[in-house]
Design a protein around this ligand. Structure first.
Ligand SMILES: *[C@@H]1O[C@H](CO)[C@@H](O)[C@H](O)[C@H]1NC(C)=O
Ligand SMILES: *[C@@H]1O[C@H](CO)[C@@H](O)[C@H](O)[C@H]1NC(C)=O
Ligand SMILES: *[C@@H]1O[C@H](CO)[C@@H](O)[C@H](O)[C@H]1NC(C)=O
Ligand SMILES: *[C@@H]1O[C@H](CO)[C@@H](O)[C@H](O)[C@H]1NC(C)=O
Ligand SMILES: *[C@@H]1O[C@H](CO)[C@@H](O)[C@H](O)[C@H]1NC(C)=O
Ligand SMILES: *[C@@H]1O[C@H](CO)[C@@H](O)[C@H](O)[C@H]1NC(C)=O
Ligand SMILES: *[C@@H]1O[C@H](CO)[C@@H](O)[C@H](O)[C@H]1NC(C)=O
Length: 712
């Protein structure tokens, strides 16, 4: 610093010579942004966009300084504006980079030097030297450089750098802080600058021996990095030639100047309209004030890019392709004019542009509920379908088609449910299952619906169909008529006519206040039942037996006509389950001991059971009363006393002596017949037809006529 003070004060001159950019404003030609494609877009490696142009015809008319001269004596060619070589042109930023000129002073002794003093240059409209983007940089030891500006040179700045030896200078890449290198900012609104050294004849440079040359450059910030080598470059490899080779840029701000600034948008242009200017001719463009100085720049609207100074110059940016995944991963990108959308993926809502991305439309619990609901619905359909198929299968299995073709009423499970009013009233329970009352033909006809409660082994289809067909075809006044059936269940349901007075069992053993049946009525009941069984045995072939004869299965209509029910039903359930049912229900008393021993059920087994019913009729005792078995007691009594009179029902013996005698004879004969029916040797048992004959004779006696033959 001492040395600097000691230095003679600087005096310096401006040289008239200017390396200036020519400026020539031509009055008001209309801008014509669509210049022919004949205008080259490039000069060498540099793109030259409108309003700049290569040659006067291609640049924006009115201002010559947009003209770019392409010097083809270089390879590649170089664009020039005036004497400055253009490195790049930016429309967006409103900047032009030019090769920065270098000033120097080189000492050949401590007080002799040669310099580029008076190196002055002037940029003209539309350019101004960028304040923000440039540094004035000075390199040297024992150096003071001035930057002077404005047309009247009223602006000064400068900086000092010193180093007593090269080792003291800053290291490679270090900031310029005055050790071999210094930097300073310049002011705004500068178009003319000059660089001066404190040469002066009285100035002595003690550093000339180790650092003979000093340099000054105005260059883009960050572009120049200090290197101590720059202090010692020799003339063959001077700093100035290095800078020219490296093309260290200086930044100039440009603008459309001299024709006003941005204007407010037209009144009818809508609320989002932006400032306009005559030169901003492209759609989707707007006007911005110049970075410094007067005038304006044009810019494309957000989402557009291109040249706002030409018609149609601003084009849409396809953000989806351009940017790497602008949308959150939960959405897909869709480009729109000037923008893009992030559409949420299926089931999501919200904004795919936001950091959080899209959120599910339905919270997880809602999805769970919906999913559960859907599953339940589907499951219901599946279950219904399976059920329908199952019903169909049963129907087919049970020969539904064959039966239908024969005109048998086939009810659906649904219909039966309706008929029985959802199986509301039970009227009986047997080996076959439960019996429910119902009505068909719109309530006019009452029916009994038998529904199996035991799931037996299903009969082979053919046998089953035969059985139903047999029951349907067989028609006898003393047989309960089969009305129809339902085949949709595993074991079919059968629909019979309804018999009003209930079973013989109930009439005989029911409430005490019930009026006892008279003998003749009992004989008629026996005859009717026997007729039905005889008819069945003779019409159905050998395998058609009733199988479950008991007083409970002989139903009585209002006029006491017996109707045998449940015939063949036993065949519809397996013998095993039927047997077990008997055991359980205590109907063992009716079953033929021979069957139990042999397992063979024949007509004679029915005869045995009918014998027990006959005993019930004459004794009005249950087949099993107390601990006693009626058939065993009666047979024993007959053996011991010759008859079973001890057991007869007192209520049917008449008071009239003559009648009482006849009645006793009848009872004796029926008793004897019953004993025959109960014989252990099946061959000794009478057939049903014989039983019927005998009963008819008994009736003749009972009704007053004489019997043809006297039974034993
Ligand atoms: C040095 O500065 C003086 C004025 O101070 C000037 O007359 C002279 O021409 C300058 N020398 C050179 C070589 O520029
Ligand atoms: C200045 O703008 C007006 C429109 O506002 C235009 O007519 C005129 O040609 C422009 N002048 C120049 C030199 O571009
Ligand atoms: C091109 O550059 C060379 C070398 O600097 C120069 O001699 C010549 O005059 C220039 N040509 C034009 C047309 O400016
Ligand atoms: C023009 O727009 C671009 C992109 O939006 C922006 O980077 C640039 O700074 C804008 N230029 C001016 C002069 O406002
Ligand atoms: C900018 O500089 C020019 C000439 O150098 C001058 O006429 C003008 O008034 C200056 N403008 C500002 C805002 O300083
Ligand atoms: C510079 O180059 C010339 C010829 O190319 C040569 O004669 C001279 O010695 C060189 N100077 C230095 C300092 O290397
Ligand atoms: C643009 O510049 C003009 C004149 O210099 C000024 O009136 C206007 O307010 C500026 N607009 C903006 C947005 O800076």
């Amino acid at each position: 610093m001492k040395r600097l003070v000691a230095m003679p004060q600087v005096l310096w001159f401006l040289l008239a010579s200017t390396l200036a950019i020519s400026h020539l404003a031509v009055a008001t030609p209309v801008p014509s942004p669509t210049l022919g494609s004949r205008c080259p877009k490039m000069c060498g490696d540099v793109e030259v966009p409108y309003p700049f142009g290569i040659g006067a015809d291609c640049a924006r008319p009115g201002y010559d300084y947009f003209r770019v001269d392409c010097n083809h004596s270089f390879n590649p060619p170089r664009p020039y504006t005036g004497s400055l070589e253009i490195i790049s042109i930016s429309l967006d930023a409103g900047e032009v980079r030019v090769a920065a000129p270098v000033s120097y002073i080189c000492y050949t002794s401590s007080n002799t030097f040669q310099s580029s003093q008076g190196f002055v240059w002037k940029v003209n409209a539309p350019y101004l030297i960028s304040t923000a983007r440039n540094f004035f940089t000075v390199i040297g030891c024992n150096t003071l450089a001035y930057l002077q500006g404005r047309d009247d040179w009223s602006y000064y700045t400068g900086c000092i750098t010193s180093c007593e030896n090269l080792e003291e200078a800053a290291r490679n890449g270090e900031e310029c802080t005055g050790l071999g290198c210094c930097q300073t900012l310049i002011s705004r609104n500068l178009s003319t600058i000059g660089v001066n050294w404190n040469n002066g004849t009285r100035s002595i440079n003690p550093a000339w021996s180790y650092s003979p040359c000093s340099y000054a450059i105005l260059a883009e910030k960050g572009r120049y990095k200090f290197n101590p080598r720059d202090l010692v470059r020799d003339e063959n490899d001077s700093f100035a030639s290095w800078v020219a080779k490296e093309k260290i840029p200086m930044v100039l701000d440009w603008a459309i100047r001299g024709n006003g600034s941005c204007r407010p948008p037209a009144k009818d242009a809508g609320p989002s309209a932006k400032l306009t200017a005559p030169d901003c001719v492209s759609e989707h463009s707007f006007c911005v004030n110049a970075t410094q100085g007067s005038g304006y720049l044009c810019n494309c609207s957000e989402g557009y890019r291109g040249n706002p100074y030409t018609i149609g110059g601003c084009t849409n940016i396809n953000e989806c392709q351009e940017y790497d995944n602008p949308c959150h991963s939960s959405s897909t990108c869709h480009d729109t004019l000037g923008d893009y959308k992030c559409k949420c993926k299926f089931g999501l809502k919200g904004d795919g542009k936001s950091d959080n991305g899209c959120q599910p439309i339905f919270p997880p619990w809602a999805i769970a509920i919906i999913a559960t609901f859907a599953i339940v619905v589907v499951a219901c359909f599946v279950i219904m379908d399976v059920k329908r198929r199952k019903q169909r299968r049963f129907f087919d299995k049970n020969g539904g088609e064959i039966l239908k073709s024969m005109g048998i009423n086939i009810f659906t499970e649904q219909q039966l449910k309706k008929i029985t009013n959802s199986y509301k009233e039970t009227i009986g329970e047997g080996a076959f299952g439960k019996v429910y009352i119902g009505t068909i033909d719109e309530g006019t006809q009452r029916v009994a619906v038998k529904r199996a409660s035991v799931k037996g082994e299903a009969l082979p289809q053919e046998e089953f169909v035969n059985e139903i067909t047999f029951q349907f075809r067989i028609s006898h006044a003393n047989l309960v008529r089969l009305v129809g059936c339902c085949l949709e269940t595993d074991v079919p349901m059968l629909v019979f006519e309804f018999i009003s007075k209930g079973s013989l069992f109930n009439v005989l053993h029911g409430a005490d206040d019930q009026e006892a049946l008279r003998l003749l009525e009992r004989v008629d009941i026996a005859i009717g039942s026997a007729e039905a069984l005889a008819y069945m045995h003779s019409h159905g072939g050998h395998n058609h037996v009733h199988g479950d004869i008991k007083s409970g299965n002989i139903l009585l209509s209002d006029d006491l006509t017996p109707k045998v029910s449940d015939f063949g039903s036993s065949k519809l359930v397996s013998v095993a389950s039927m047997y077990s049912k008997w055991c359980v229900s205590g109907d063992m008393s009716y079953i033929d001991p021979v069957y139990i021993k042999s397992g063979r059920f024949t007509e004679k087994s029915d005869v045995y059971s009918f014998g027990v019913v006959l005993l019930e009729l004459i004794t009005r005792k249950k087949a099993k009363y107390g601990d006693n078995s009626l058939p065993l007691d009666f047979v024993k009594c007959c053996k011991e006393e010759g008859n079973g009179r001890k057991l007869y029902d007192r209520d049917i013996l008449s008071d009239d002596d003559a009648q009482a005698h006849r009645h006793m004879e009848c009872l004796d004969r029926i008793g004897a017949l019953a004993v025959r029916c109960l014989k252990e040797d099946v061959d000794e048992r009478p057939t049903m037809a014989e039983v019927l004959d005998e009963l008819k004779q008994v009736k003749a006696i009972a009704s007053g006529g004489s019997s043809g033959s006297v039974a034993s």
